[in-house]
Design a binder for this molecule. Structure first.
Ligand code: MBD
Ligand code: FE
Length: 275
């Protein structure tokens, strides 16, 4: 170990895989009919791609090697959240009212520090980046304020790195669970996150490069907003005019979630539906 090292895909991939194993719910009972229906559909989609595009043995072997690398590098969470989760969210959103949702992504960590309605997110003494104040309200569908709602917020730093996944950043940095006041209000001081680049040194980055795509997500704030008796919402907020807002590699931007900053302030009001 050297004193200073730059984040690698293998570091963040391993952390994201370990985090997923320790936090995601297990033991979902799925009927054989359901498994057969969905897996058959997935396999048929692969088979038709092979037929349609005359995929060769050499290409099949390259794909097999790449999939093995994806697993060994711990990048299944990254790959699936970037290229697949947005469609799972789209399906979930069919039955969701109130604030629009977006994908969770691979970098959520539970059990972060509790903070009052007016607060500053934990940050390093020399935290880089422009100041950002994010304020707003949480209400129900009728516009009644939800006091004591929780905003579980996390975001990348000014270099695009997440605490808990890139080395050298203190645990809990730029993460917190903020509780709204009696009027359902909050005001969070933090720093402006940078766009996020898929690590270029790992299998997901190599695929993106091989396909000639770009590896960027626009700058974003992640949130899970919860209130007793209400359906929690997982979402992300973006900044109008920011780079990659119109070309997110993870296809997770919705127009309703793009904020227009006024100086160094942005605001957003969350609306939760009953549970
Ligand atoms: C991210 O920061 C993110 O939010 C998603 C969805 C995927 C990869 C990195
Ligand atoms: Fe993110």
């Amino acid at each position: 170990m050297t004193a200073v090292h730059s984040p690698t895909a293998a570091d963040s991939g391993a952390s994201a895989s370990a985090n997923f194993r320790s936090t995601a719910r297990e033991g979902l009972a799925v009927s054989p009919e359901r498994v057969s229906t969905v897996v058959t559909a997935v396999l048929h989609a692969v088979h038709s791609a092979i037929r349609e595009h005359d995929v060769t043995y050499l290409e099949f072997q390259a794909a097999k090697r790449w999939l093995m690398d994806l697993g060994e590098g711990g990048e299944w969470p990254l790959f699936l959240d970037v290229f697949v989760e947005h469609v799972v969210e789209e399906v979930a959103a069919r039955t969701q009212d109130g604030t629009k949702g977006s994908i969770l992504g691979p970098y959520y960590l539970p059990d972060q520090v509790s903070l009052p309605s007016v607060c500053t997110l934990p940050r390093r003494p020399d935290e880089q980046g422009d100041p950002l104040t994010f304020s707003g309200r949480v209400t129900d569908l009728a516009g009644r304020p939800l006091a004591g709602a929780e905003l579980d917020i996390w975001h990348a730093d000014a270099e695009g790195y997440y605490s808990g996944f890139a080395p050298g950043i203190p645990a809990g940095n730029l993460r917190g669970v903020v509780t709204t006041d009696a009027g359902g209000r909050f005001e969070i001081t933090t720093v402006q996150p940078a766009p996020y680049q898929i690590p270029t040194d790992g299998p997901t980055g190599r695929l993106i490069d091989a396909a000639g795509w770009h590896p960027w997500r626009p700058a974003h704030l992640h949130l899970v907003v919860r209130a007793p008796g209400h359906r929690p919402i997982t979402t992300q907020l973006y900044f109008a005019g920011g780079e990659y807002v119109d070309s997110d590699v993870a296809e997770a931007v919705k127009p309703e979630l793009v904020l227009t900053p006024s100086g160094q302030r942005v605001s957003y009001d969350f609306v939760l539906e009953p549970a």
